[in-house]
Design a protein around this ligand. Structure first.
Ligand SMILES: [Zn+2]
Length: 292
């Protein structure tokens, strides 16, 4: 079955059974919304001005104590601390686990919920990092750790001795460095992510307003290779740029733009999660994992 005319579950079934095709799923805040995780950006993709002011590398270097104070103020809340994976996380995790390495996920979320839902760590890249971990601010030092942050402003890097540490989260004034070698901290795995983008036969964008470097690059590479692109977003999201190909409110709609096939499904991610799965076996896995 040609992937360009297949439905999404048919596409995923093909990928599960065909050793020669791969799918890349890029997830955003819409996936974690049902888990109560607060948004850094509005649904139109605009960053919250307070987050954007505090969540900058320059802020951490200029006044680490104040910056870490703001950081904790934002993140040390029950909504962040108590968030649990929802059915969307479990469904994507089961897909990745059963995809024989051909279903890969790049998540822009820093909540760790996909991994918590059981997503195999070698099939997922947390491209914006993970909350609660830190890294060295020295750009030539690649030290990072998942250890909890404790009194970070008084710690120094065990590898290079640099005193300023940063959260292991991509900050608003930092770049993933897709176009420049070694621009970005290795912990974000930007180069590996780009390789996944280059090889994907299908691109699936889930719960993202497509307003970041990661989604720009994924769309750019998928468009060049004319691979099918699926976009799943709540109807309320006003996507930017690439997503404006399709007429709003359609479920799903298909647009051919310069030979590219972009299809939109406008429903909440958690509402379609189980329908993404191509067979009852996988749905049973999701139910079992959610009940565990
Ligand atoms: Zn260091």
């Amino acid at each position: 079955m040609p992937l360009r005319s297949a439905s999404l579950p048919e596409t995923l079934a093909v990928i599960l059974n065909d050793e020669n095709t791969e799918v890349l799923i890029v997830t955003g805040a819409g996936l974690s919304k049902a888990s109560g995780v607060p948004l850094y950006r509005s649904e139109s993709g605009q960053a919250d001005p307070f987050y954007e002011r505090c969540g900058r590398r320059q802020a951490f270097l200029a006044d680490p104590e104040a910056a870490w104070g703001h950081w904790r103020h934002i993140h040390d809340t029950p909504a962040w601390r108590n968030a649990q994976p929802n059915v969307g996380h479990f469904a994507l995790s089961v897909l990745a686990e059963h995809g024989n390495g051909r279903i890969k996920i790049i998540t822009q979320n820093v909540d760790g919920l996909l991994v918590q839902a059981g997503c195999p760590s070698d099939h997922v890249i947390e491209i914006h990092g993970r909350l609660g971990a830190f890294r060295c601010s020295n750009t030539t030092c690649h030290r990072s750790t998942r250890d909890p942050i404790v009194d970070t402003q008084h710690r120094s890097c065990p590898d290079c001795g640099t005193e300023a540490l940063l959260p292991l989260v991509l900050l608003f004034d930092e770049s993933l460095g897709f176009h420049q070698e070694d621009e970005c901290h290795k912990a974000f795995q930007a180069h590996k992510a780009q390789e996944w983008m280059r090889w994907a036969d299908v691109l699936l964008l889930v719960g993202t307003s497509c307003s970041t470097q990661a989604t720009d690059r994924a769309l750019e590479l998928a468009s060049k290779r004319h691979v099918p692109i699926w976009i799943i977003n709540p109807a309320s999201v006003q996507p930017l740029e690439y997503n404006t190909y399709g007429p709003p409110g359609c479920r799903p709609s298909t647009e051919e733009v310069d030979g590219r096939c972009v299809r939109h499904i406008r429903e909440r991610v958690e509402d379609i999660a189980m329908r993404l799965l191509p067979n009852d076996d996988l749905r049973a896995h999701v139910n079992a994992r959610m009940a565990a």
